[in-house]
Design a protein around this ligand. Structure first.
Ligand SMILES: NC(=O)c1ccc[n+]([C@@H]2O[C@H](COP(=O)([O-])OP(=O)(O)OC[C@H]3O[C@@H](n4cnc5c(N)ncnc54)[C@H](O)[C@@H]3O)[C@@H](O)[C@H]2O)c1
Ligand SMILES: [Zn+2]
Ligand SMILES: [Zn+2]
Length: 470
């Protein structure tokens, strides 16, 4: 049995907590007639097993709770986080689960408890599902809502749990995602933001995640006027973080990756940025040494991780992960710690799951029996000495609290301070989204960020790439 299923079985054995105000494990309307609108059909992208996704025909979702909204999806995308789901790194996905946590659309139906919206409103959803009035929601820390995810394993593993999330496995509640023609949005009055007429879907969509996440990475790690910032990962998150670091007054931003076209993409769009390709380092050179060289012998003030813990670089970590004795590599975090100046700041925004991810793992079968055993999740060779002795501040940026930022970011789009289309390289159709997963995961030439249209989408706005069938 694959790890994903084993962990889900364990969750079933243990039983969910009772904290959630919304139904859990509602990942596909085809799984229960009570969740499906009668005589209806739609296209959706489903996870079918490790490294396999497929466009399927399933019934449309229907209203289940008073605060539900049914959205006609007009735009979605594929995220670096979807790569982790594809690889099976995030556990508790089940075959047939509908993916997609970034989407926008038009309100089609509403439960009687929904206030502030009307049918036909054009809206964007946050990737997290927040209740709107628990302790965290009151502080707009929506990604940590206490009432939308009742997963017991996550709580035991982490000592607390995140909010529920769309299309992000049963580990975060089990909600069908928006890589589909229709999606059910629980607590729709809280988790949807109206898009004004001057913000087309192709710009507004990215408020659901990328913009808020990159903004959070920059402000939460504390980029100040005059700072030198180094960013690991030149994917959409890293590049928007670079954009925002400059906006926050950074003097220099250096972006590190091993995919050369991504670094060329950055140079072309952000001539002020500096790039570092770690695959081009000579013998005896290292990212840390190079960064010290580039920044006064001391290193950058701030480091931000926008890559992920599953991407091991050296052979030692690669094999440890393969054997299941490590779950998330410490290489990138160690590089950040040793690279920044003394008392520098390091923020982690790339995903670290902390779970056995290899089917070969000797610990795998112990999960159902001993969920709090920390030997089931580990990051080896962490350089705690450097962290302590040199006073490095290591910050987990968390799943980004979208609600804290999205109104401000929307205004910044309207004022022209942010141009989300700068990262969008492809416009594709939902019917081809399974192929996008493969291309995006292979980091195929030039695919930085996609806009996925459906049959309900408006024609491309000015500046949007034109449709490309795959
Ligand atoms: N915290 C949050 O709220 C949140 C939200 C969205 C995405 N994320 C995470 O942010 C990360 C980045 O997302 P993305 O959409 O840009 O993903 P992506 O996969 O497109 O980009 C990641 C980039 O990191 C690079 N990389 C891999 N190993 C590296 C290394 N050792 N050093 C430097 N670069 C390396 C890859 O080549 C790639 O270009 C992902 O882990 C994603 O899951 C977090
Ligand atoms: Zn995302
Ligand atoms: Zn809440």
């Amino acid at each position: 049995m694959a790890l994903s299923q084993a962990a889900f079985k364990a969750e079933q054995l243990l039983g969910h907590d009772t904290n959630s105000i919304t139904a859990q494990d509602v990942t596909n309307p085809a799984n229960d007639a009570a969740w499906a609108a009668s005589d209806s059909s739609m296209k959706a992208l489903a996870w079918m097993g490790k490294n396999k996704v497929q466009v399927v025909e399933v019934p449309q979702p229907k209203l289940l709770e008073d605060r539900d909204v049914i959205l006609k999806v007009t735009g979605s995308t594929v995220c670096g986080s979807d790569r982790h789901l594809l690889h099976g790194t995030v556990v508790e996905l089940q075959k047939g689960d509908i993916l997609g946590h970034e989407f926008c659309g038009v309100v089609d139906e509403m439960g009687k408890g929904v206030k502030g919206l009307k049918k036909g409103d054009r809206v964007v959803a946050s990737f997290q599902i927040a209740c709107g009035d628990c302790y965290y929601c009151k502080n707009k820390l929506s990604s940590q809502c206490e009432r939308t995810n009742s997963n017991t394993i996550e709580n035991a593993m982490y000592g607390g749990r995140t909010a529920g999330m769309f299309g992000y496995s049963h580990f975060t509640g089990g909600f069908a995602g928006g890589q589909a023609e229709y999606v059910r949005v629980p607590c729709g009055d809280t988790n949807l933001l109206r898009l004004p007429d001057d913000v087309p879907d192709e710009k507004g969509l990215y408020l659901s995640d990328v913009l808020a996440t990159s903004w959070n990475a920059v402000v939460d790690t504390g980029v100040n006027e005059g700072d030198v910032v180094a960013i690991w990962g030149a994917g959409p998150i890293g590049v928007m973080a670079l954009d925002f670091a400059f906006l926050q007054g950074a003097k220099r931003v250096i972006i590190i990756d091993g995919v050369s076209w991504r670094l060329d993409f950055v140079k072309e769009r952000y001539p002020r940025a500096e790039t570092l390709d770690f695959t081009k380092l000579g013998k005896g050179e290292s990212v840390t040494r190079k960064l010290k060289e580039m920044v006064d012998g001391r290193g950058p003030d701030v480091a931000i991780e926008c890559a992920a813990g599953e991407y091991a670089k050296g052979w030692a970590h690669y094999f440890e992960m393969l054997l299941g004795v490590e779950t998330d590599t410490s290489e990138l975090v160690n590089e950040m710690i040793t690279s920044v100046r003394n008392f520098g700041r390091c923020g982690i925004t790339g995903v670290y799951v902390g779970y056995v991810s290899s089917p070969a793992s000797p610990f795998r079968l112990r999960i159902p029996l001993s969920i709090t055993d920390t030997s089931t999740s580990q990051t080896n060779h962490f350089n705690i000495g450097s962290l302590m002795e040199r006073g490095i501040r290591l910050i987990g940026n968390g799943q980004a609290p979208v609600h804290l930022y999205w109104e401000k970011l929307l205004a910044m789009i309207q004022e022209g301070k942010i141009e989300p289309l700068k990262m969008v390289t492809h416009r594709v159709d939902l019917a081809d989204i399974d192929k996008v997963y493969a291309l995006f995961d292979a980091q195929d030439d030039g695919m930085q960020k996609v806009f996925v249209q459906t049959r309900f989408s408006a024609p491309p706005c000015e500046g949007s790439p034109s449709l490309q069938r795959l």
